[in-house]
Design a protein. Structure first.
Length: 228
């Protein structure tokens, strides 16, 4: 572990415990020299993670509270997806999932298992790499070209087609699962993707146009509801 990172976390925890305290008390609580603690505390204050009162006391800053606060946009998306995803899964009988990007990985907003006798279980979709399933590839396709999260797929020319067509298809490496996904728009921005996964043997004899139409309707519902 990098020492300065550990010391920074220790100092933040000390400030939280003391609520508001001068440098000497915080340094003593962490068993650090005042010079070392002071340098780190000043840096944390410059980053907005700590506030410093006129008398020199430190307390937790607004930047830290902002980082820890719930994301209202994600909460609205999750609520909208929690209503639409089970309905679509029940209607089609297939497993449906809605995801967004959280950093470089997929964040599941809602999921529902299909009702048919043979379905893809949501556990099979727990690979949160965006390149694995159609939902992740939809999100990658709408990222700006300079976004570092596109790097794993930057040579994949299919991303341009996904953006052009508004839909992604992805088959599992073993050839047994077919995934389809479409984007969820809010105010013209792609904020999530909704997709379904089904066994390939059933996908090959299913009306693809119907599946796509139902997915797009669910995506529109999620985006509209989340934007209210």
């Amino acid at each position: 572990m990098i020492q300065v990172v550990k010391r920074s976390v220790d100092l933040l925890r000390a400030v939280k415990a003391l609520e508001s305290a001068p440098l000497r008390e915080i340094a003593a609580a962490c068993d650090l020299p005042k010079t070392t603690a002071g340098n780190i505390l000043r840096s944390l204050a410059e980053l907005g993670l700590l506030d410093q009162a006129p008398n020199g006391d430190y307390r937790l800053g607004g930047g830290l509270r902002e980082l820890a606060a719930p994301d209202p946009e994600r909460a609205a998306l999750a609520e909208a997806a929690a209503a639409a995803v089970p309905r679509l899964a029940a209607k089609l009988g297939e497993t449906v999932v809605a995801v967004c990007l959280r950093g470089p990985r997929l964040d599941v907003l809602a999921e529902a298992t299909g009702t048919r006798s043979i379905v893809v279980h949501p556990d099979a979709l727990r690979d949160i790499s965006p390149t694995t399933w159609a939902t992740g590839r939809v999100l990658l396709a709408w990222l700006p070209p300079t976004d570092p999260r596109r790097k794993p797929a930057e040579r994949d020319t299919s991303l341009a087609h996904i953006r052009e067509d508004g839909i992604a298809f992805r088959r599992s490496p073993d050839g047994e699962i077919q995934s389809i996904a479409v984007p969820v728009f809010v105010d013209g921005q792609v904020v999530a993707a909704v997709g379904l996964c089904l066994p390939v043997f059933r996908y090959e004899v299913t009306d693809h146009a119907e599946l796509i139409a139902e997915l797009r309707q669910a995506a529109q519902e999620i985006g509209t509801t989340a934007n209210r």
